[in-house]
Design a protein around this ligand. Structure first.
Ligand SMILES: [Zn+2]
Length: 358
């Protein structure tokens, strides 16, 4: 195509009066028109015919002459296709507000479709055109603000996190908002470094996506009591963990940590690491330590995404484990396993060990 200025990956602009409509592109395309002055019917018809013959599928208008343009396009389309007047073959639309027109344009250039799709912004008014470009930049900025103020380069550098469901390291951070405008963002999504979420998902939705098991994870833990949603992390009042090795006759190690007014009370039972003698102890920990334990369980170990039960049926002996998280208001969640462990098992052991052997 000639006489066009490339603005972005899939967005081109052209001054209506100077643009040459010799369209020879292999992509599908849409045209956004800013028509404020041009109402010469002959001129409009000529443009309409060329765009329709080139295969343009949607025509979106803004400006004082929008209606005249829209009607002419629709009429030319019907004539060309010889189809009944009630069935338009192309999509036409008209916006009264510049904001809405710009937003529609931004969505269009942001959609990732399987077939490459180009968008043309045709204008006959320089001032309005500059306004639209400014709007696109604002939308672009807000897209990046939704990614916690991190630049794309920073996002890509975020280390990959192990999937709590299948243990794969091939996971991606979910970015919500209009999918992709920027080439880098698109490439990052294509390579699985980031995962593009849909805009209507709430901000409390999952934060990560596993490219291996194709499941999302990392949504904040919540408990719903009636209509009230409570962050589970603030509502945990107790943790109880025990494991039983069937071949040992020893008393199985067990630890309970119960939240108290100023921190938590720890009761631990086990076998000394060096002397191998049984011990039982009770002590208190500060609030800070309790808080960081609970936060680590949910934020770093993704407890919310663990299965309720893990089991390997092919092992006869072995060991069983049990974890109970007690919430206020009589709520609790239990996790257990028989010879099988969740992907974050080692991290879980490392987290609890200092409490068992202080
Ligand atoms: Zn996975």
């Amino acid at each position: 195509m000639s006489g066009y200025k490339k603005l972005r990956n899939n967005l081109y602009s052209a001054d209506l009066l100077y643009g040459k409509f010799d369209l020879k592109c292999g992509h599908t395309f849409s045209c956004y028109f800013i028509v404020q002055h041009t109402d010469d019917l002959e001129f409009i018809e000529k443009q309409a015919l060329q765009l329709l013959l080139a295969g343009c599928q949607s025509f979106i208008f803004f400006g004082a002459k929008a209606s005249a343009w829209r009607q002419t396009i629709a009429w030319k389309d019907r004539v060309l296709r010889s189809i009944p007047a009630s069935e338009p073959a192309v999509f036409t639309s008209e916006y009264a507000e510049l904001d809405a027109f710009s937003a529609a344009l931004f969505r269009d250039i942001s959609i990732r479709s399987f077939i490459p799709h180009d968008v043309y912004l045709l204008y006959d008014d320089e001032t309005i055109y500059e306004e639209v470009i400014k709007h696109l930049e604002i939308f672009q900025d807000s897209l990046f603000r939704r990614t916690d103020g991190k630049s794309l380069e920073e996002l890509i550098r975020v280390p990959r996190v192990k999937c709590p469901r299948c243990g794969s390291m091939d996971t991606a951070r979910i970015i919500r908002g209009w999918s992709s405008v920027d080439n880098t963002l698109r490439e990052a999504a294509d390579t699985g470094i980031i995962h593009l979420g849909v805009r209507r998902e709430q901000k409390d939705a999952a934060k990560r996506y596993c490219n291996s098991c194709r499941k999302k994870f990392g949504a904040p833990a919540q408990i719903i009591i009636g209509q009230t949603v409570i962050a589970a992390v603030n509502d945990v009042i107790g943790i109880e963990y025990s494991r039983v090795a069937f071949t040992l006759l020893q008393l199985p190690p067990k630890i309970t940590i119960i939240k108290s007014e100023h921190g938590a009370v720890v009761k631990a039972r086990g076998w000394g690491k060096t002397d191998n003698l049984p011990f039982e102890r009770e002590y208190t920990i500060a609030k800070r330590r309790w808080d960081s334990l609970v936060t680590a369980l949910f934020d770093d170990l993704y407890l919310n995404d663990w299965e309720p039960h893990y089991e390997d049926p092919d092992v006869c002996d072995g060991e069983a484990w049990h974890l109970k998280v007690q919430f206020s208001k009589q709520k609790e969640r239990e996790y257990s396993g028989l010879n099988q462990f969740p992907p974050y098992w080692n991290e879980f052991q490392q987290l609890l060990e200092p409490f068992i052997i202080p």
